[in-house]
Design a protein around this ligand. Structure first.
Ligand code: HEM
Length: 325
Protein backbone atom coordinates (compact mmCIF):
# COMPACT_ATOMS: atom_id res chain seq x y z
CA UNK A 1 0.00 0.00 0.00
CA UNK A 2 1.35 3.45 -0.94
CA UNK A 3 2.15 5.96 1.81
CA UNK A 4 -0.60 8.24 0.49
CA UNK A 5 -3.24 5.46 0.66
CA UNK A 6 -2.08 4.57 4.18
CA UNK A 7 -2.42 8.20 5.36
CA UNK A 8 -5.88 8.38 3.74
CA UNK A 9 -6.97 5.18 5.46
CA UNK A 10 -5.71 6.37 8.85
CA UNK A 11 -7.37 9.76 8.42
CA UNK A 12 -10.73 8.35 7.37
CA UNK A 13 -10.64 5.90 10.30
CA UNK A 14 -10.02 8.85 12.65
CA UNK A 15 -12.79 10.92 11.08
CA UNK A 16 -15.30 8.07 11.52
CA UNK A 17 -14.65 7.89 15.29
CA UNK A 18 -17.52 9.00 17.53
CA UNK A 19 -16.75 12.39 19.14
CA UNK A 20 -17.76 13.37 22.70
CA UNK A 21 -21.20 15.05 22.93
CA UNK A 22 -19.73 18.17 24.53
CA UNK A 23 -17.91 19.21 21.31
CA UNK A 24 -20.45 21.51 19.67
CA UNK A 25 -20.71 24.89 17.97
CA UNK A 26 -18.88 26.86 20.65
CA UNK A 27 -15.75 24.72 20.43
CA UNK A 28 -15.38 25.79 16.78
CA UNK A 29 -14.47 29.31 17.93
CA UNK A 30 -10.94 28.32 18.97
CA UNK A 31 -10.30 26.74 15.55
CA UNK A 32 -11.70 29.79 13.76
CA UNK A 33 -9.41 32.05 15.78
CA UNK A 34 -6.53 29.88 14.62
CA UNK A 35 -7.63 30.26 11.00
CA UNK A 36 -7.73 34.05 11.34
CA UNK A 37 -4.23 34.07 12.83
CA UNK A 38 -3.12 32.17 9.73
CA UNK A 39 -4.98 34.66 7.47
CA UNK A 40 -3.34 37.63 9.23
CA UNK A 41 0.13 36.11 8.89
CA UNK A 42 -0.41 35.31 5.19
CA UNK A 43 -1.78 38.74 4.24
CA UNK A 44 0.89 40.37 6.46
CA UNK A 45 3.70 38.58 4.59
CA UNK A 46 2.23 39.77 1.27
CA UNK A 47 2.08 43.38 2.55
CA UNK A 48 5.74 43.18 3.63
CA UNK A 49 6.75 42.81 -0.02
CA UNK A 50 5.96 46.49 -0.69
CA UNK A 51 5.86 48.09 2.77
CA UNK A 52 8.80 50.35 3.79
CA UNK A 53 9.24 50.86 7.57
CA UNK A 54 10.78 54.34 7.47
CA UNK A 55 9.12 57.63 8.38
CA UNK A 56 9.96 59.00 4.91
CA UNK A 57 8.49 56.12 2.95
CA UNK A 58 5.94 54.25 5.11
CA UNK A 59 2.87 56.32 4.17
CA UNK A 60 3.81 56.42 0.48
CA UNK A 61 4.41 52.65 0.41
CA UNK A 62 0.94 51.96 1.90
CA UNK A 63 -0.57 54.45 -0.57
CA UNK A 64 1.23 52.57 -3.37
CA UNK A 65 -0.05 49.19 -2.09
CA UNK A 66 -3.63 50.47 -2.03
CA UNK A 67 -3.59 52.32 -5.35
CA UNK A 68 -1.01 50.72 -7.65
CA UNK A 69 -0.18 47.16 -6.62
CA UNK A 70 -2.35 44.46 -8.29
CA UNK A 71 -5.03 43.56 -5.69
CA UNK A 72 -2.97 45.38 -3.06
CA UNK A 73 -6.10 47.19 -1.82
CA UNK A 74 -7.79 43.80 -1.27
CA UNK A 75 -4.88 42.24 0.64
CA UNK A 76 -4.54 45.41 2.75
CA UNK A 77 -8.31 45.50 3.39
CA UNK A 78 -8.36 41.81 4.33
CA UNK A 79 -5.47 42.33 6.76
CA UNK A 80 -7.38 45.19 8.43
CA UNK A 81 -10.81 43.52 8.53
CA UNK A 82 -9.27 40.14 9.38
CA UNK A 83 -7.66 41.77 12.42
CA UNK A 84 -11.05 43.08 13.60
CA UNK A 85 -12.69 39.66 13.25
CA UNK A 86 -9.66 37.99 14.87
CA UNK A 87 -9.93 40.22 17.95
CA UNK A 88 -13.70 39.69 18.12
CA UNK A 89 -13.30 35.89 17.91
CA UNK A 90 -10.56 35.80 20.56
CA UNK A 91 -12.87 37.74 22.90
CA UNK A 92 -15.89 35.49 22.19
CA UNK A 93 -13.67 32.39 22.62
CA UNK A 94 -12.48 33.76 25.99
CA UNK A 95 -16.06 34.49 27.11
CA UNK A 96 -17.25 31.02 26.04
CA UNK A 97 -14.35 29.29 27.87
CA UNK A 98 -15.04 31.42 30.97
CA UNK A 99 -18.80 30.89 31.20
CA UNK A 100 -18.47 27.17 30.37
CA UNK A 101 -15.97 27.12 33.28
CA UNK A 102 -13.72 25.22 30.85
CA UNK A 103 -10.72 26.67 32.70
CA UNK A 104 -11.22 24.00 35.39
CA UNK A 105 -8.08 21.83 35.58
CA UNK A 106 -6.87 23.87 32.61
CA UNK A 107 -5.53 26.84 34.58
CA UNK A 108 -2.20 26.90 32.74
CA UNK A 109 -3.97 26.99 29.38
CA UNK A 110 -6.16 29.84 30.61
CA UNK A 111 -3.07 31.82 31.65
CA UNK A 112 -1.48 31.14 28.24
CA UNK A 113 -4.77 32.32 26.69
CA UNK A 114 -4.61 35.62 28.59
CA UNK A 115 -1.02 36.15 27.40
CA UNK A 116 -2.28 35.44 23.85
CA UNK A 117 -4.98 38.07 24.35
CA UNK A 118 -2.29 40.60 25.33
CA UNK A 119 -0.24 39.57 22.28
CA UNK A 120 -3.29 40.12 20.04
CA UNK A 121 -3.72 43.59 21.59
CA UNK A 122 -0.02 44.30 20.95
CA UNK A 123 -0.43 43.19 17.32
CA UNK A 124 -3.32 45.63 16.87
CA UNK A 125 -1.51 48.49 18.60
CA UNK A 126 1.84 48.14 16.81
CA UNK A 127 0.16 47.50 13.44
CA UNK A 128 -1.88 50.71 13.58
CA UNK A 129 1.19 52.97 13.61
CA UNK A 130 2.74 51.33 10.53
CA UNK A 131 0.39 53.18 8.14
CA UNK A 132 1.98 56.43 9.35
CA UNK A 133 -1.07 58.57 8.61
CA UNK A 134 -2.51 61.27 10.87
CA UNK A 135 -4.90 58.89 12.65
CA UNK A 136 -2.15 56.34 13.33
CA UNK A 137 0.32 58.98 14.49
CA UNK A 138 -1.91 60.88 16.91
CA UNK A 139 -3.66 57.73 18.19
CA UNK A 140 -0.27 56.23 19.12
CA UNK A 141 1.00 59.53 20.48
CA UNK A 142 -1.95 59.65 22.90
CA UNK A 143 -0.72 56.35 24.40
CA UNK A 144 2.83 57.75 24.59
CA UNK A 145 1.54 60.66 26.67
CA UNK A 146 -0.25 58.27 29.04
CA UNK A 147 2.88 56.12 29.48
CA UNK A 148 5.04 59.21 30.09
CA UNK A 149 2.92 60.00 33.17
CA UNK A 150 3.49 56.62 34.85
CA UNK A 151 5.84 57.22 37.77
CA UNK A 152 9.23 55.39 37.90
CA UNK A 153 8.73 52.88 35.04
CA UNK A 154 7.02 55.15 32.46
CA UNK A 155 10.22 56.42 30.84
CA UNK A 156 11.82 52.96 30.80
CA UNK A 157 8.76 51.55 29.02
CA UNK A 158 8.91 54.38 26.48
CA UNK A 159 12.61 53.82 25.81
CA UNK A 160 11.99 50.12 25.29
CA UNK A 161 8.91 50.44 23.06
CA UNK A 162 9.39 53.84 21.38
CA UNK A 163 13.18 53.93 21.38
CA UNK A 164 13.01 57.36 23.08
CA UNK A 165 10.47 59.72 24.57
CA UNK A 166 9.15 61.07 21.24
CA UNK A 167 7.15 59.44 18.48
CA UNK A 168 9.49 59.48 15.49
CA UNK A 169 11.24 57.27 12.93
CA UNK A 170 12.81 55.22 15.76
CA UNK A 171 9.41 54.31 17.14
CA UNK A 172 8.09 53.37 13.69
CA UNK A 173 11.00 51.00 13.11
CA UNK A 174 10.61 49.44 16.56
CA UNK A 175 6.87 48.96 16.11
CA UNK A 176 7.59 47.28 12.77
CA UNK A 177 10.14 44.94 14.37
CA UNK A 178 7.66 44.03 17.12
CA UNK A 179 4.78 43.61 14.65
CA UNK A 180 6.49 41.42 12.04
CA UNK A 181 9.64 40.11 13.76
CA UNK A 182 8.70 39.33 17.34
CA UNK A 183 4.96 39.07 18.01
CA UNK A 184 4.23 36.46 15.28
CA UNK A 185 6.84 34.10 16.79
CA UNK A 186 5.48 34.62 20.30
CA UNK A 187 1.91 34.06 19.03
CA UNK A 188 2.80 30.92 17.07
CA UNK A 189 4.81 29.49 20.00
CA UNK A 190 2.02 30.16 22.51
CA UNK A 191 -0.69 28.81 20.19
CA UNK A 192 1.33 25.59 19.74
CA UNK A 193 1.58 25.11 23.51
CA UNK A 194 -2.12 26.08 23.87
CA UNK A 195 -3.18 23.43 21.32
CA UNK A 196 -0.80 20.83 22.73
CA UNK A 197 -2.42 21.29 26.16
CA UNK A 198 -5.93 21.04 24.62
CA UNK A 199 -4.97 17.79 22.90
CA UNK A 200 -3.36 16.40 26.07
CA UNK A 201 -6.11 17.42 28.49
CA UNK A 202 -9.04 16.98 26.07
CA UNK A 203 -11.95 19.36 25.61
CA UNK A 204 -13.62 20.22 28.90
CA UNK A 205 -16.77 18.17 29.71
CA UNK A 206 -19.31 18.90 32.37
CA UNK A 207 -20.03 15.76 34.42
CA UNK A 208 -23.63 15.51 33.10
CA UNK A 209 -22.46 15.86 29.44
CA UNK A 210 -20.15 12.89 29.87
CA UNK A 211 -23.10 10.60 30.48
CA UNK A 212 -25.00 11.62 27.30
CA UNK A 213 -24.75 9.56 24.12
CA UNK A 214 -23.24 11.20 21.04
CA UNK A 215 -24.07 10.51 17.39
CA UNK A 216 -21.55 12.86 15.82
CA UNK A 217 -18.22 11.75 14.38
CA UNK A 218 -14.99 13.76 14.23
CA UNK A 219 -15.71 14.02 10.47
CA UNK A 220 -18.95 15.93 11.23
CA UNK A 221 -17.03 18.32 13.48
CA UNK A 222 -14.26 18.91 10.91
CA UNK A 223 -16.87 19.52 8.17
CA UNK A 224 -18.78 21.98 10.38
CA UNK A 225 -15.50 23.73 11.21
CA UNK A 226 -14.57 24.02 7.55
CA UNK A 227 -17.97 25.55 6.72
CA UNK A 228 -17.32 28.24 9.33
CA UNK A 229 -13.78 28.78 8.03
CA UNK A 230 -15.16 29.42 4.51
CA UNK A 231 -17.87 31.65 6.01
CA UNK A 232 -15.41 33.78 7.98
CA UNK A 233 -13.10 34.05 4.96
CA UNK A 234 -16.16 35.22 2.97
CA UNK A 235 -17.04 37.80 5.64
CA UNK A 236 -13.50 39.25 5.66
CA UNK A 237 -13.40 39.31 1.84
CA UNK A 238 -16.82 40.98 1.60
CA UNK A 239 -15.99 43.62 4.21
CA UNK A 240 -12.68 44.37 2.44
CA UNK A 241 -14.52 44.87 -0.87
CA UNK A 242 -17.50 46.87 0.46
CA UNK A 243 -15.56 49.00 2.94
CA UNK A 244 -12.09 49.58 1.44
CA UNK A 245 -9.50 51.12 3.76
CA UNK A 246 -9.14 54.88 3.51
CA UNK A 247 -5.99 56.65 4.70
CA UNK A 248 -6.11 59.98 6.50
CA UNK A 249 -3.37 62.45 5.48
CA UNK A 250 0.34 61.68 5.90
CA UNK A 251 1.50 61.87 9.56
CA UNK A 252 2.40 65.45 10.47
CA UNK A 253 3.94 65.84 13.95
CA UNK A 254 3.18 69.59 13.87
CA UNK A 255 -0.57 69.37 13.14
CA UNK A 256 -2.44 67.84 16.10
CA UNK A 257 -5.48 65.71 15.38
CA UNK A 258 -7.79 64.31 18.02
CA UNK A 259 -8.33 60.58 17.39
CA UNK A 260 -10.83 58.15 18.86
CA UNK A 261 -9.37 54.63 19.30
CA UNK A 262 -10.84 51.58 17.55
CA UNK A 263 -13.68 49.71 19.32
CA UNK A 264 -11.39 47.19 21.06
CA UNK A 265 -9.43 49.90 22.87
CA UNK A 266 -12.53 51.94 23.85
CA UNK A 267 -12.80 50.48 27.40
CA UNK A 268 -9.19 51.54 28.15
CA UNK A 269 -9.86 54.95 26.58
CA UNK A 270 -13.07 55.38 28.63
CA UNK A 271 -11.18 54.50 31.84
CA UNK A 272 -8.43 57.03 31.10
CA UNK A 273 -11.06 59.72 30.52
CA UNK A 274 -12.77 58.86 33.79
CA UNK A 275 -9.80 58.84 36.21
CA UNK A 276 -6.29 60.40 36.23
CA UNK A 277 -3.92 58.69 33.76
CA UNK A 278 -1.63 56.96 36.29
CA UNK A 279 -4.66 55.66 38.25
CA UNK A 280 -6.21 54.46 34.96
CA UNK A 281 -3.07 52.48 34.11
CA UNK A 282 -3.03 50.99 37.64
CA UNK A 283 -6.73 49.98 37.42
CA UNK A 284 -6.30 48.49 33.93
CA UNK A 285 -3.29 46.47 35.16
CA UNK A 286 -5.40 45.27 38.09
CA UNK A 287 -8.11 44.20 35.62
CA UNK A 288 -5.57 42.18 33.62
CA UNK A 289 -4.27 40.57 36.82
CA UNK A 290 -7.88 39.69 37.70
CA UNK A 291 -8.24 38.04 34.29
CA UNK A 292 -5.10 35.97 34.91
CA UNK A 293 -6.48 34.92 38.30
CA UNK A 294 -10.01 34.13 37.01
CA UNK A 295 -9.71 30.30 37.30
CA UNK A 296 -8.82 30.65 40.98
CA UNK A 297 -11.31 33.44 41.73
CA UNK A 298 -14.11 31.50 40.02
CA UNK A 299 -13.83 28.20 41.90
CA UNK A 300 -17.52 28.44 42.82
CA UNK A 301 -19.94 28.54 39.83
CA UNK A 302 -22.10 31.34 41.25
CA UNK A 303 -19.08 33.50 42.10
CA UNK A 304 -17.63 32.82 38.62
CA UNK A 305 -20.91 33.84 36.98
CA UNK A 306 -21.21 36.99 39.13
CA UNK A 307 -17.60 38.06 38.50
CA UNK A 308 -17.97 37.37 34.76
CA UNK A 309 -21.13 39.49 34.46
CA UNK A 310 -19.55 42.26 36.56
CA UNK A 311 -16.46 42.21 34.32
CA UNK A 312 -18.51 42.36 31.10
CA UNK A 313 -20.75 45.16 32.47
CA UNK A 314 -17.72 47.22 33.57
CA UNK A 315 -15.96 46.80 30.22
CA UNK A 316 -19.18 47.64 28.31
CA UNK A 317 -19.87 50.75 30.42
CA UNK A 318 -16.28 51.98 30.03
CA UNK A 319 -16.47 51.39 26.26
CA UNK A 320 -19.77 53.33 26.10
CA UNK A 321 -18.20 56.17 28.09
CA UNK A 322 -15.15 56.18 25.82
CA UNK A 323 -17.38 56.16 22.75
CA UNK A 324 -19.45 59.13 23.99
CA UNK A 325 -16.42 61.19 25.01
C1 HEM B 1 -4.68 33.39 19.25
C2 HEM B 1 -5.61 33.14 20.15
C3 HEM B 1 -6.19 31.77 20.47
C4 HEM B 1 -6.27 30.63 19.70
C5 HEM B 1 -5.78 30.44 18.26
C6 HEM B 1 -6.93 29.61 20.51
C7 HEM B 1 -7.23 28.32 20.07
C8 HEM B 1 -7.93 27.36 20.83
C9 HEM B 1 -8.44 26.10 20.32
C10 HEM B 1 -8.35 25.62 18.86
C11 HEM B 1 -9.02 25.45 21.37
C12 HEM B 1 -9.78 24.09 21.33
C13 HEM B 1 -11.22 24.31 20.85
C14 HEM B 1 -12.05 25.22 21.76
O1 HEM B 1 -12.23 24.92 22.95
O2 HEM B 1 -12.48 26.28 21.25
C15 HEM B 1 -8.84 26.27 22.55
C16 HEM B 1 -9.24 25.92 23.84
C17 HEM B 1 -9.04 26.70 24.97
N1 HEM B 1 -8.67 28.03 25.00
FE1 HEM B 1 -7.97 29.07 23.38
N2 HEM B 1 -7.22 30.13 21.76
C18 HEM B 1 -6.80 31.46 21.77
C19 HEM B 1 -6.96 32.35 22.82
C20 HEM B 1 -7.46 32.01 24.09
C21 HEM B 1 -7.74 32.96 25.16
C22 HEM B 1 -7.60 34.48 25.03
C23 HEM B 1 -8.15 32.21 26.24
C24 HEM B 1 -8.55 32.69 27.62
C25 HEM B 1 -7.99 33.63 28.29
C26 HEM B 1 -8.12 30.82 25.86
C27 HEM B 1 -8.39 29.75 26.72
C28 HEM B 1 -8.63 28.45 26.30
C29 HEM B 1 -8.94 27.34 27.19
C30 HEM B 1 -8.98 27.35 28.74
C31 HEM B 1 -9.21 26.23 26.34
C32 HEM B 1 -9.64 24.81 26.78
C33 HEM B 1 -11.16 24.78 26.65
C34 HEM B 1 -11.77 23.40 26.76
O3 HEM B 1 -11.07 22.45 27.15
O4 HEM B 1 -12.97 23.29 26.46
N3 HEM B 1 -7.73 30.74 24.55
N4 HEM B 1 -8.18 27.45 22.18
Amino acid sequence: MSAFARVRELLSAELRQIAPPSVGFWQILGGLTLFLLFLEITTGILLMVYYRPSADEAYESVFYIINDVQLGWLIHGMHRWGAQLFILLVLVHLIRVYFAEAYRERELNWVIGVVLLLVVGAFAFTGTLLVWDQRAFWGTDAVRRVLAEIPIVGRAILYFLWGGTELDANALLRFYVFHVGLLPWIAIGLVMVHLYLVSRQGIFHRAEAQEQQSAQTYGDIVLRGLIFVVLSFGIVLTLAVIFPVELSGRADPLTYQSVKPPWYFLPAYGLLKLVPKAAGVALASLGVLGLFAAPWLGRNSWVAWGLGMLGIATVALLAAYGWRW
